[in-house]
Design a protein around this ligand. Sequence first.
Ligand SMILES: Nc1ncnc2c1ncn2[C@@H]1O[C@H](COP(=O)(O)OP(=O)(O)OP(=O)(O)O)[C@@H](O)[C@H]1O
Ligand SMILES: [Mg+2]
Length: 353
Amino acid sequence: MSKLELKDLRKNYGSASVVDGVSLQLRRGELVTLLGPSGCGKTTTLRMIAGFIEPSAGAILVDGREISSPTRSVAPEHRGMSMIFQSYAIWPNMTVAENVGFGLQVRKTPAAETAQRVKEMLDVVKLGPYAQRYPAELSGGQQQRVALARAMIVRPEVLLLDEPLSNLDANLREEMAAEIRRLHDEFRFTTVYVTHDQTEAMAISDRIAVLHQGRLEQIDTPWNLYNRPQTPFVAGFIGKTNLVQGAVQGGHMRLDGLPDGIPLQAGLEGDRASLQASIRPQSLYLGSGPDGAVPLGAVSVVGRTYLGEYWHYLVQPSAGGAPLKVHAAPSLVLEIGQQSMVYVDPHAVAAVQ
Ligand SMILES: Nc1ncnc2c1ncn2[C@@H]1O[C@H](COP(=O)(O)OP(=O)(O)OP(=O)(O)O)[C@@H](O)[C@H]1O
Ligand SMILES: [Mg+2]
């Protein structure tokens, strides 16, 4: 049975459907991220799970029991959930230890047990030496860890984290993302994590649910989302890609502007008059390809940027069609206007439409 299930969850404000029929199931101990651009309905979904917003339709179940539906709603404090809000708040007039222990105090946990658990939790988030400090005396990352410790100490059935790293700079964000994953591996709280940052989502999640305009586009493992995107939106949102129009005919996929067909891979049988394919820039090769790569046609270089770890080339197929983004090794130097052949790894072509 799923630990947490959303069934056709909806939220309307006036005539706007900000959450538009989202269904998903989390296994016990799973970390699923809601990922999508600003305004796609992530916070609204999370707040419905927590019980701070009533759904317009649909149901939320924990361990198979309905905690929220149009006819029934369990109060937030009885849902066994902890939430860190997008603008996470820790109390400025309480020390680190008091902040972390607050949830236990509210639950009338005996003082000795509270002290012991606070000490353990502060060790977990590596804040032991800071127990008596006030939030104003901490760095952003340390405050973030206080918020995490405070949410986890009550051992929630479900942990809800809304952009918990948004206030941090890029380096600290990466460090804290790894930290959250480590804590998750240790405690295995069933967790719904919200972010608009795809790298963060990839680093942290068991599965990622991509939301777009209130709808669930795809829920999948990071590997599948990247390599087997099912919609143009997912292909474009998770990493850089080339979206190319084409067709499938007689066992080959043909792409606009590229005369040579690509032998079909599993899952793409049957002719299709029109499709859109997603090809990552690093799955295209200039000049020659590795074993298994197939030629697509002649191109000329129309743009290039040297990024240290690789070249980012923009190439124009000679037979027409849209330019393609290609990543190449730093040693492969091509001049603007130079002619070349483009090759593709056929396993790396995903039909997205
Ligand atoms: N109380 C409200 N009344 C009307 N519209 C609302 C209300 N709350 C949210 N919205 C709208 O619902 C949409 C989804 O908002 P939500 O906060 O869920 O987005 P989000 O995905 O969390 O975005 P962000 O990444 O910016 O935090 C937005 O267009 C927002 O303007
Ligand atoms: Mg939000």
